[in-house]
Design a protein around this ligand. Structure first.
Ligand code: FAD
Length: 409
């Protein structure tokens, strides 16, 4: 018979969402037992620095821990690390781990994020091909870097672009391939894409849009990439940043509704009794996207959904309605985003990209729905209020940098 331990709350996934759920439960006075089950060996840490300061060597691993290690024992949160949950029995209220252990729960919080999407071309498994998702990925990259002169980055989303910026700063020659016609195509308007493409080129990145990778070449180790335009490029490392696949297999197998992630209601409850899902793996109807069901991959979303799940477990009324925000650091540029721009029907450019401080404001039906602010903290702070209030402002007024955005509230 397998060993079984019973808990008040079992949290699967010791990342941003899982750790925040445990913290919030204790802050709300939850007195039951809590276990945080994590596949990785490390206590919970922040992922954003992995493609920024940690990759650059500007922050040590200790500095990116979400809490000092002693915190978890102080708060009576059991850390079960190096442990992978492989199945859920919703009737018995049990989670089974890969090593056979069984954890009984009153409430289960599923906070597993996702695994990096892999390339499916020949050579994708060669040594020297890396994702940037976990600490272990970045440690492998850092260990190999001294032998590497040229890196090919596949994918022009935030992670690919941030990795390209960091590697360039580390003195590597970087080529970046994005199969779509522009970088950041899924998350930002054309003005932002064009600006970032130009910045990367100015920093020496060989950035090519509309170009994909058809094969990774090499004997045992990466020696180059072959591209959709029939050309090839020699390199000693490939970094793949083409999105994630939500890690919800065990929940879907247990009968939870979902597909691209697991579906949750406004309290972050899945369709299984007493089972919640939060963070990158949770598909929810987002108020800021007109109620569209989506997964949002951000620290804000994971943390705020964790708070909602914790409140619901504690019997406190809560709905997930938090304002979406995000940031990205590349070179000396700080991009801050608020709202969800997808589905916009107009954009307004505020400021001049040539001055490297400007904002792009997204409108739908005349209402402000999102902003991307580059080195423009004031616009971000004030624009957030416009998004939350869903105000209608004319394009001319929004573009007038002589007047602060707060005037239009
Ligand atoms: P995660 O933090 O990914 O945690 C999930 C954890 O669950 C992982 O540790 C995983 O190993 C574990 N796990 C998975 N399956 C199992 C299982 N079966 N059993 C046990 N454990 C399991 N967001 C921003 O807002 N701003 C940024 O600048 C930014 N930069 C980023 C840079 C990088 C390189 C990455 C990878 C992400 C970045 N993000 C950023 C996104 C942000 O980090 C995520 O949205 C956030 O971490 C999601 O939290 P989560 O709890 O859903 O998942």
């Amino acid at each position: 018979m397998s060993e079984k331990a019973d808990y008040g709350v079992v949290i699967v996934g010791a990342g941003q969402g899982g750790a925040t759920a445990a913290i919030q439960l204790r802050q709300l006075g939850y007195e039951g037992s809590i276990v945080l089950v994590g596949k990785e060996a490390e206590p919970p840490y922040e992922r954003p620095p992995l493609s920024k300061d940690y990759l650059l060597g500007e922050k040590t691993f200790e500095r990116i821990l979400l809490r000092p290690e002693a915190f978890w024992a102080d708060k009576a949160v059991e850390l079960m690390l190096g442990a992978e949950a492989v199945s859920v029995d919703p009737k018995a209220h049990e989670v089974r781990l890969q090593d056979g252990r069984v954890l009984g729960y009153e409430h289960l919080v599923w906070a597993t994020g996702g695994s990096p999407r892999r390339l499916d071309c020949p050579g994708a498994e060669l040594a020297g091909v890396h994702a940037v998702r976990d600490r272990a990925d970045v440690d492998r990259i850092l260990a190999e870097l001294p032998e590497v002169e040229r890196v090919a980055v596949v994918g022009g989303g935030y992670i690919g672009l941030e990795a390209a910026a960091a590697l360039t700063k580390l003195g590597k020659q970087v080529a970046l391939f994005e199969v779509l016609p522009r970088v950041l195509a899924r998350v930002a308007g054309e003005e932002i894409s064009d600006f970032y493409a130009a910045e990367h080129k100015a920093h020496g990145v060989d950035l090519r849009c509309g170009v994909g990778v058809t094969a990774i070449e090499g004997e045992g180790r990466v020696a180059g990439v072959r591209l959709t335009d029939e050309s090839s490029l020699a390199c000693q490392m490939v970094i793949v940043g083409i999105g994630i696949v939500p890690a919800v297999g065990p929940l879907l197998a247990a009968g939870a509704a979902g597909g691209n992630g697991v579906d949750v209601d406004p309290q972050c409850r899945t369709s299984l009794p007493d089972v919640f899902a939060i963070g990158d793996c949770a598909a929810h109807a987002n108020r800021f996207a007109g109620g569209q069901v989506m997964r949002v991959e951000s620290v804000q979303n994971a943390s705020d959904q964790a708070a909602v799940a914790a409140r619901t477990i504690c019997g406190i009324a809560a709905d997930y309605e938090a304002t979406p925000w995000f940031w990205s650091n590349q070179y000396d540029l700080k991009l801050q985003t608020v709202g969800i721009g997808a589905g916009h029907d107009a954009t307004v450019l505020r400021g001049d990209p040539a001055g490297r401080a400007f904002s792009v404001i997204y409108l739908r039906g005349g209402k402000v729905i999102a902003l991307d602010c580059v080195n423009m903290v004031k616009d971000y702070v004030q624009g957030r209020k416009l998004v939350e209030a869903g105000v209608s402002v004319s394009a001319e007024d929004l573009a007038d940098t002589g007047r602060p955005l707060k005037e239009w509230l």
